[in-house]
Design a protein. Sequence first.
Length: 171
Amino acid sequence: MIIRRTVLAVAVSAAVLSLAACSSSGGTPTATDSAGVVAPAEAAAGPKSAEDVTKTLGAKIPTVKLFKAYTAEDDPNQLLGRPNGYSSKTAFSDSRIKADDVEFAKEDAVERGGSVEVFAGAKARMDFIQSVAKGMPAVGEYDYVKGAVLVRVSRFLTPDQAKEYQVALAG
């Protein structure tokens, strides 16, 4: 009985240490698209705000325009600043998306361009979003992660256009 408890305690400790190592920013961040393709990315100097990331994307992709930086009061997902939620979130538009494709979408919908979310659970959030959308192509999107940053990109962009976000985020 004592041996089983000791083995269990060691196994739990090893699992906790593994999870801690996986979540540290010391590893190599990755960018992953909705097809599950993973590419190495530069190491993050630390999490930036979603607004900073969106401005950087806009400097690299001229069709991107910051639409909204959310607050805890107006975050549509009610995750901003909450336990296990993100620390910042923005919505952006991309002028390459046809107005007819998004005529019924809210002004700040990912379909109109995208969104940036910053938090420790960025990869888990991307995995959750992709699992929900897996059987529903109408709600699919391109998702890219670098460290604590998740960039969600409209499905109305072509794969080559969406790849620009992956490249911009990695750089």
